[in-house]
Design a protein around this ligand. Sequence first.
Ligand code: ZN
Length: 504
Amino acid sequence: MKTPRIAIAGFQHETNTFAPIPTLLEDFRTPGAWPGMTIGDDILDVFHDLNIPIGGFIAAAKDWDLVPVLWTNAEPGSYVAQPAFDTIAAMICDGISAAGDIDGVYLDLHGAMVTDDFEDGEGELLARIREVTGPHLPIAASLDLHANITPDMAERASSLAIYRTYPHIDMAATGARAKQLLAAELARGEPFARAFRQLDYLIPLQAQSTMREPGRALYAMLDAPDAGAVVSADIAFGFPPADIFHCGATMIAYAEDRATADCAADDLLSALKAVEDRFINPLIPAAECVNRAMEIAATATRPVIIADAQDNPGAGATGDTTGLLEALVACGATKAVLGILWDPDTATRAHAAGHGAEFDATIGGRYPELGCTPFRARVRVEKLSDGQFTATGRMYGGAKAELGLCASLLIMDENSEVRVVVGSVRAQNADQANFTHIGIDPSRQNIVAVKSTVHFLADYEPICEQVLFAEAPGANPCQLDSIPFTRLRNGVRLGPGGPTFAPD
Ligand SMILES: [Zn+2]
């Protein structure tokens, strides 16, 4: 058999339709926690050993002839501006077209992209790619565990492989599985039979971790599928802060025949229905959460980690809300640090003031519609950085972050000892290097507060006494029954055991 010639591309965005910051073309060009837009053969160099799906695909496809087209992602945020989507989709389609005679396509997608004009960004992208490739060329895609998979996506891609961990420590492994699925389809000469199911309740992000039950047991089912005709079976827990018709968890199975695929997908659907009451919502109001953390820290030798779960930039939030910071200071926390709080102005001011300087700061809180105000305090500049560092944890390890000017500021207050790290690029704190690069050792704190919902568990839980999840203002609404949805499917429940959605 001749060596398969495969075009590869990536276009990732997780769209939070309730967030205030739109996603523009420049957001796809610039790097942050991940590399910026990468074109052509550079893709092979930049991604080959990173925990990013296309990196895993490349490593697994050394025996294939790859035609790298384009890879890009932007930090999660609100709707992808239509010109940005159109431009990037055209670059991918043109690249695939220019690749000439190919045997298939691999796409590194998220699965929860919403654009100004299209609720189903990936479905639309796949439609445009199908115009180039025709209906029969094998197209394998990898998707995030938070994909809101639509029937169109399932139909237009010939195979989908989905992350099986949250925190996503298996992104590269998922790219490698996509390669296996594509190889199996090429060997078979036609697509596998497929079954697709949608769950009738939304699962809140903070209850989705596969390091907790019931996620751990559900995803463990996938690693040991029934021997025989099931080729692949996957679950996507979905991304709830997206007001779209196909929001929610899905299951997809591929098999030699339709009956086997149906059976595998139905087994997963039944398993998810059976654990509805076991998804725990762990959020605690911020002040109560800080007080509890201080009690635990009083007798602990390791830090208590507090997740500022609703202000997670990795779920599209601004990363600049001040509710938890305020609670830390008001409750008199000591040896406490919070980061990274997105505030380019304060970071720039700290750099201008210089190391050791004090100034009256107005920190974060730029979006009053989120229910918070800037935090005003006199601060001392303790450390400065250019925000460039290499991540060290299990999820992001090896990736070169570029967060712009950063500063570690001590809040000058007689009754507390709280530091805040401000940065210039919105990014989730899921890696200790966010702190260590600026001279703060998280393991030596009493309380470490991170702007993250779940991903921080991979790198922070091993060093901590306990993890708590705070409820404070933010654009990643975690209490699903309070989200003003308007476009969901009729009958979907807003969270496990939650009220049923009914359009007005
Ligand atoms: Zn995700």
